[in-house]
Design a protein around this ligand. Sequence first.
Ligand code: NAI
Ligand code: MG
Length: 373
Amino acid sequence: MAKHRIAYLPGDGIGVDVLEAARTVLDALKFEAEYIHGDVGWEFWCDEGNPLPDRTIEVLKDTDCCIFGAITSKPHDEAARELAPHLWGQGFTYFSPIVRLRQLFNLHTNLRPCRAFKGNPLNLRDDIDLVVFRENTEGLYSGVELHPVPREVMRFLADYQPKARRFIHVEPDDLAISVRVYTRAACHSIVKQAFEFANKNGYPTVTVVEKPNVLRETGGLLISEARRVADEYPNVELWEANIDAMCMWLVKNPQNYGVLCAGNMFGDIISDLAAQIVGGLGFAASANVGDNYALFEPTHGSAPKYVGMNKVNPMAAILSAKLMLEYLGEKEKALTLEQAIERVISEGNVRTYDMGGKATTTDVANEVAKYCR
Ligand code: NAI
Ligand code: MG
């Protein structure tokens, strides 16, 4: 039996191309794995009314971790129109498979390393090395939302928080709310992991990105947990930054920062910003990690414009595979892969269009694979 069992979910569009590229590289590393294919994405929504069929969830349950390509998703009305006619009127509604997977497997931590590889023409500068820890299941993305908002909900809120009074006379249909839910446990967990990582890997600082002067209760809870955790790590300094200011500083002085830590929405924002200053979507890898399972994916989507063209940059998927190797304890292979990527980028002979080159997805995969053997 192979050493590792990997759920292989290419999904839609370029997801297929970039996972194939990742496989080429993993094979060159002689990574001993059995890949079990899982159906996911738009085709399964249209044909079955479910973009994440139950059989796919079973595949994940039976594996060590998952590598995921990308999916196509569309607004509800468009999704409803593309559903196969024989499924109409049966109560199917589209949902995001990736969000569902994060919830089902409690993948509470989103890890996004954003390191500038020397010689990448897309770098803002060459000395950037950021690692974003984003809480992945709560906050403003917890799904606790209402529209319309029944009057009794607003009245009830006003009993506890007088600031809600000015909304109780608004027509329910003219009111929408999204609740920012933070638990102490999740705040503690994300900060703890950020500090643990910084300590182990020699990063001198953890910057917690929040807005506690405005979002006093949720922001306050995260900051207070951060201060408690920081006390346990004398070698790592806690920096506190507001999300808005942080966006400016990350453009101005990204080299001053190391590990960044944030709740779900602010983490979403800074991880895209951090990714862009080291090359953008073609380089943005991510890990979604829980206590018992993990899912690795490039953060880009299915890029319908480039389907079937073998044209996009597979680095984000290859870097996601590197995160998978680290998660599985394959440290040497991860290091070999990282050095291969460094070499390919600095030599600059094989580059996809986003880096100003003419190479195909497969060319880049083969070039990285060459240095992995
Ligand atoms: P996208 O990320 O698919 O692509 C936007 C543009 O970014 C592309 O047209 C291309 O110019 C560039 N790009 C993306 N990946 C690249 C790569 N590897 N190399 C070089 N250039 C790359 O975002 P878009 O167009 O907004 O969404 C397309 C579909 O993907 C939608 O259905 C959307 O809902 C879905 N999506 C899925 C995600 C996921 O699977 N996690 C994340 C984001 C979007
Ligand atoms: Mg995002």
